[in-house]
Every structure is written in structure tokens, then in C-alpha cells.
Write a protein that binds this ligand. Structure first.
Ligand SMILES: *Cc1c(COP(=O)(O)O)cnc(C)c1O
Length: 235
């Protein structure tokens, strides 16, 4: 087994251990940004299906790659970067096997996505990105405003299937800070479920990266986004 595949296996094993008490398994998105198509194919062969990218151009390129197209028919791409409105047509028409955009954070972006999906007569999974650390330079909607964004989408953007919430959290690598971000996201989930009488287990929670995915799962994450611990450091 290659080093790459054995790193994947270790993480999958760890995720399964930590989520054994959860009602449904935690999903791993392998964040492949800056990494080679060959690595993606190798992980696909080892059983990984979900991959994530944070630039539209890179996602477009990789998802259309001939080897990926022929050897990874069931690959599912998640977009986890900031999405500019002007790139909506590109991501919606030129990315085969796009499964989810995790970073919807404004009414404008939601409207643009919905309008474009209308032209294609299809729907799309999304998550709402919440800025749980309230750092001004970061994207994501404020945790005090996300419910009105959710309400708006529910009424006005029927082609957006909102599966749950996502946070990147503070870039500051300290556990107490991660914990605060994770708590804040769980609190948003609880508010959403209380308002609409949803079952908590029906709402996806995307939080946790290489350095804190274990903690995130313990705190209720259902989707973890792991890059460097699988692929190795980015340069
Ligand atoms: C890069 C990235 C990750 C993965 O980060 P690692 O620390 O390499 O695991 C997760 N989420 C988002 C949004 C990212 O951009």
C-alpha cells in the first residue's frame, strides 16, 4: 500500500472509531487543492469518493480531466472555497459530478445559483457557510443572520437543497478557539431545528480539518474536510 493510501486508511479508521456512537457515519471530504490528479485517482481506487477544491478554475480543470472522467465515474466534488457571483455559470455548467457547494453565504449568491439552476432544470446541494469566529476578513454569514438567509433560500430558491451548515473556523490553531467555533455552529444548527421542528440528525454539520477533525466529530460534526493529513503538506 502506498503512503498516500495508508494515510487515508488511518484517517478513515479514526473517523469510524469516533463516529461509532453517531447515528450515521461521518463523511470525509478529501481536500485535494494543489494536489495531483494521479493522487486523486489513487485515493478513488482505495475507496474515497468525496473530494473538495477551493478554486473554481482548479475544480473545473480536475473534474474535466480525462483520466478522472474515465477512471472515477462516481467521484463527487465539493466546492469549499469562496464563490464569486460571476463564477456561478462556470461552476454550474463546467464541473461534472459537482455534488455540493458548501460556501453559500449571501442572498445574492443564492439568487444567482438558483437562477442558473433554473436554466438547467436541476437542483443542487448546498451548505450555508457561517463565520463562527466573527473575524472580519473571513467569508461566511454572521451567526446572528444565518436564519434569515436560510428563510430567504427556503422561500425564494427552491432549487437549492440546503443540507446544513459549514464553518471554517478561526485560522488560529488553538483548541479553545476551535471549540468555540464548533460550539457556535452547533448552536446555529439547534436554532434552525427549533425554528422549523427539524430532527437534529437531518442537518449536516461540516466542520473539522486536518488539525481538529477528531475534536469536531466529538462535538457533532457530520462532514470533515481533511487535506494535508492525507495528501501531505501543501507548498
Ligand atoms: C484547505 C481546506 C481544508 C483542509 O485543510 P487541511 O488543514 O489541509 O486539512 C478544509 N476546508 C477548507 C475550506 C479548506 O480550504
Amino acid at each position: 500500500m502506498s503512503e498516500l493510501v495508508s494515510r487515508l486508511k488511518i484517517i478513515v479508521e479514526r473517523i469510524n472509531q469516533l463516529s461509532s456512537s453517531h447515528r450515521s457515519p461521518v463523511r470525509l471530504i478529501a481536500i485535494s487543492k494543489t494536489k495531483a490528479v494521479e493522487d486523486i485517482i489513487e485515493l478513488y481506487r482505495a475507496g474515497q469518493r468525496y473530494f473538495g477544491e477551493n478554486y473554481v478554475e482548479e475544480l473545473e480543470k480536475k473534474s474535466n480531466n480525462q483520466l478522472i472522467r474515465s477512471q472515477c465515474p462516481d467521484i463527487r466534488w465539493h466546492f469549499v472555497g469562496h464563490l464569486q457571483r460571476k463564477k456561478v455559470p462556470k461552476i454550474l455548467t463546467r464541473v461534472p459530478n459537482l455534488d455540493c457547494i458548501q460556501t453559500v453565504d449571501t442572498i445574492d449568491l443564492a439568487n444567482r445559483l438558483n437562477l442558473n439552476l433554473q436554466q438547467q432544470s436541476r437542483n443542487l446541494n448546498i451548505l450555508l457557510q457561517i463565520n463562527t469566529s466573527n473575524e472580519k476578513q473571513k467569508y461566511g454569514i454572521d451567526s446572528k443572520q444565518f436564519l434569515s438567509l436560510y428563510d430567504y433560500i427556503k422561500i425564494n430558491c427552491p432549487l437549492l437543497v440546503c443540507q446544513g451548515l459549514m464553518t471554517i473556523g478561526s485560522l488560529n490553531n488553538v483548541q479553545t478557539q476551535s471549540d468555540q467555533d464548533f460550539h457556535a455552529l452547533i448552536k446555529c444548527r439547534d436554532e434552525l431545528c427549533a425554528k422549523y421542528n427539524y430532527n437534529i440528525k437531518d442537518i449536516e454539520i461540516s466542520m473539522g480539518m486536518s488539525h481538529d477533525y477528531e475534536r469536531a466529530i466529538q462535538m457533532g460534526s457530520t462532514i470533515v474536510r481533511v487535506g494535508s493529513s492525507i495528501f501531505g503538506a501543501r507548498h
